[in-house]
Design a protein. Structure first.
Length: 83
């Protein structure tokens, strides 16, 4: 069982800002991962995190996508951060 609630986009009691965040996350990734469902508990923080990821690893990066992914995965392994 998750310690942080995983919010569902089809929950009628979901706040509008969390619903909007989940919709944007699902559109940009093609599917909605549980990390986004957890982060939706704090939509402002989740949006800031998403912007940082987009800037560092995606559109704002000077690295080609394959090299950016390799850098991301290398940092994950080096820091023992497996998801």
């Amino acid at each position: 069982m998750a310690r942080i609630p995983l919010l569902r986009e089809d929950d009628p009691s979901l706040p509008d800002d969390a619903r909007e965040f989940l919709a944007r996350a699902g559109q940009s990734r093609g599917r909605l991962l549980n990390i986004y469902r957890a982060m939706a508990n704090r939509p402002a923080a989740a949006q800031a995190f998403s912007e940082m990821i987009r800037t560092v690893y995606r559109s704002g990066s000077s690295l080609p996508p394959k090299q950016a992914e390799l850098a991301y995965l290398t940092a994950t392994v080096v820091n023992n951060c497996y998801y």
